[in-house]
Design a protein around this ligand. Structure first.
Ligand code: BTN
Length: 269
């Protein structure tokens, strides 16, 4: 996001946003090492539920599993602070919520149907357009979730061509797939409103099946052949289902079911 004047951006965002809590406290920077680090290290007094951190570009953007996340100008680099009152066992649902919200927002703005890859990659035409990183900070009394969203929005493909070489997925950008630039603040608005909708529903009724069902509708992984790395072990099977805890179920060649939990590495063939 090209940040011209903090006060102008904040005023426009607050006019656009129809949320109750998300995005009501905003930190905006032209340039930052990482919005995720910034949000993770904000003191408790400034870590109010719904606070967001936005950067025009990141110098040391963080990806999952210690990877680097290349974050040039034009992308949407945002971290959202959530103060949950549910068990950390349910954290995976916040990843599903973030991925669903991004896919819904991209559809609203571009009419492109993104596909989701477990646990939380957002793909267009089989290529990754958005990555999500969820950190959980726990102290004696409170849990603080930092939901990081990195969406390759208004970025030329040449800026990101080789940055997923350490992963099995190719990368893409919204600009490449859509052919136009999008309004980044409108994207922020749309994502935050959807996160709040899914999150509040989840909190109020604790119903994981709505999120899982919606997630499954947006994924084309099921039935596909996949290799799963689990520590030093490697399994090949077919993606079978997601259970009610959010774990991925893979059917192996001997018909047994292997349950994969958060952060394992799944490669589709
Ligand atoms: C992934 O590896 O797929 C997750 C990438 C998450 C990148 C986002 S960009 C905003 C936030 N700040 C960071 O440093 N990382 C996350």
């Amino acid at each position: 996001m090209k940040v011209q004047k903090e006060s102008v951006i904040k005023a426009r965002l607050s006019k656009l946003l129809k949320t109750k809590k998300l995005g009501k406290h905003v930190y905006i920077f032209n340039e930052l090492d990482s919005t995720q680090d910034y949000a993770n290290t904000l003191p408790k007094s400034e870590s109010l539920h719904g606070t967001i951190v936005l950067a025009g570009k990141q110098n040391i953007g963080k990806g999952r599993m210690g990877r680097n996340w290349v974050s040039p100008e034009g992308g949407l680099w945002m971290s959202i602070i959530l103060i949950p009152d549910f068990s950390v066992d349910n954290i995976i649902f916040t990843q599903f919520i973030a991925a669903l919200a991004v896919a819904d927002a991209v559809f609203e703005i571009t009419k492109i149907c993104c596909k989701l890859k477990w646990p939380n990659d957002v793909l267009i035409n089989g290529k990754k357009v958005c990555g999500i990183l969820v950190d959980v900070n726990v102290d004696n009394e409170t849990k603080k979730i930092v939901m990081g969203i990195g969406l390759n929005a208004n970025i030329g493909i040449s800026f990101i061509n080789d940055y997923l070489t350490s992963q099995d997925l190719k990368a893409t950008t919204l600009k490449e797939e859509y052919g136009n630039e999008v309004d980044l603040l409108f994207l922020v608005k749309s994502i935050l409103e959807r996160i709040e909708y899914y999150y509040d529903n989840f909190i109020s009724c604790g119903n994981t099946s709505e999120i899982i069902d919606r997630w499954k509708q947006k994924s084309d992984m099921f039935g596909k052949k996949a290799t799963v790395r689990d520590g030093n072990q490697k399994f090949v099977g077919r993606i079978f289902d997601i259970d009610n805890t959010g774990a991925l179920l893979i059917k192996l060649s001997d018909a047994s079911i292997k349950k994969i939990i958060y952060y394992d590495n799944v490669t589709l063939h």
